[in-house]
Design a protein around this ligand. Structure first.
Ligand code: ZN
Length: 261
């Protein structure tokens, strides 16, 4: 509080010595300055926000944001969060030694790191997040994806495949739906796994969906079964990462989604 007091005292002392002509001159300068500020602010407002006026800077609708390669300034880059399933918390599912002894968290981390590299090579800024990362609270990004893998138990009726669930708490359900559609299409193409249309309560009530900012489209993917899809998940993680990265890019770049692609 000492600094503002000193400033006020100095200003008052100065004003006592001013003539009325100087005061009028100062008022005019202040007036011009205030008008200029309003003009600059208004201009910024209309050039930054799309005509709808409801989009936030992170939304991919703006032309600058849609084509980061053409405008590689940090402000216009896409921003994506990847939650590494179970990282920093527990090991997730574990395979018996007879099936390689793999831990889900290791599979998830490997895939997430490869996905991060692929997205960054396309100019996307990526946060690699822990399962219960503090950053998830009100997290804002163009998209958030949480990477998990399914059980290592042998399930004869669910031989193989991937699952995706999206946040239902999102204020922009059409964005989350589109992210899901892109992920389904691109992931199936890259991995040749089929989509299993049965999401579990664990997926739909996923904790991060409630934590992120309601404008952030969020999905969780079960990349495959650690039992029947083990070869893909552990020996070909580049295909898994490619499917996820291409799904995210499909969403960010508003690419066409055609089933046969
Ligand atoms: Zn998991």
């Amino acid at each position: 509080m000492t600094i503002p007091d000193k400033i006020i005292m100095k200003t008052q002392a100065d004003q006592n010595t001013k003539t009325s002509t100087e005061n009028i001159f100062l008022s005019t300068i202040k007036g011009i300055f205030a008008v200029s500020l309003v003009a600059v602010f208004t201009a910024t407002l209309f050039t930054t926000w799309p005509s709808t006026g409801i989009s936030l800077p992170f939304q991919p609708e703006s032309e600058q944001a849609r084509f980061p390669a053409l405008s590689p300034t940090p402000d216009s880059a896409f921003h994506v969060g990847i939650v590494v399933g179970h990282w920093g918390h527990d090991s997730g599912a574990i395979c018996p030694d007879s099936l390689g002894g793999h831990r889900e968290v290791d599979i998830n981390y490997n895939v997430a790191e490869l996905t991060r590299q692929l997205l960054q090579s396309e100019g996307v800024e990526v946060d690699l997040l822990k399962e219960y990362d503090d950053q998830l609270n009100e997290y804002m990004a163009n998209a958030l994806i949480s990477i998990h893998a399914d059980t290592c138990q042998y399930l004869p009726n669910e031989a193989s495949g991937f699952k995706i669930a999206e946040t239902v708490e999102n204020k922009r359900p059409e964005q989350a739906a589109r992210l899901t559609a892109c992920m389904k299409n691109r992931y199936a193409n890259a991995t040749a796994l089929s989509f299993i249309d049965q999401t579990t309560v664990d997926m739909t009530s996923y904790h991060a969906f409630k934590e992120v900012h309601p404008n952030t489209p969020a999905v969780i993917i079960e990349t495959g079964f650690m039992n029947q899809d083990r070869i893909l998940l552990t020996k070909e993680p580049d295909k898994v990462a490619q499917g996820i990265a291409e799904g995210i890019l499909c969403f960010l770049n508003r690419e066409e989604i055609s089933p046969g692609q």
